[in-house]
Design a protein around this ligand. Sequence first.
Ligand code: SF4
Ligand code: FES
Length: 211
Amino acid sequence: MLSIAESDLGTPAQTSTELVTLNIDGQDVTVPAGTSVMRAAALAEVKIPKLCATEQLEAFGSCRLCLVQIEGMKGLPASCTTPVAAGMKVTTQNKQLADIRRGVMELYISDHPLDCLTCPANGHCELQDMAGVVGLREVRYGYEGENHLSAKKDESNPYFTFDASKCIVCSRCVRACDEQQARMCRSWTPNACPAVPVYRPAPPPPCPRKH
Ligand code: SF4
Ligand code: FES
């Protein structure tokens, strides 16, 4: 597993021998077919903001921070879930994208405790980093109404603590548990708040992968 300090290209490397050339912010980039736009950009040293993507896991496309503009394509696709195509022209930075990314971060932070100074993750927190990257300065929504700010921690598992007040539902924990550990001891609540991953108490189900 990468530490937050190491560079993470956002989605896994592809092994195809077929190469595809596209243009990202005016720069031609050639990558194996099947590579995501996010990874192609990262290989060209163009950083696209992201929260749910990591090269350790398959792309999931939940945080919507990595939206880009692609010539001829409707809307603003997520760069982590969009594969490259020959001749594609991608824009990763403009005012519209900056406004949307800041708006997305604002929503995340509006349901997140403002305890950075006492939080153990202070200084090595991707949420904090991305808030800085997108230039978030204020949250206009206030902190009234329904939220998860006082949600209790689940400390029942000897290996991890789940703090629902800080969860942004990126699903990395659930996906890592599924794709890498193959234990599936974390999952999404089926009928309750869809925003809270739940710990399924021990014993975990038998490992479905053959070793
Ligand atoms: S608890 Fe899981 S889903 Fe929630 S922010 Fe952390 S890694 Fe993402
Ligand atoms: S990084 Fe692409 S949607 Fe989260």
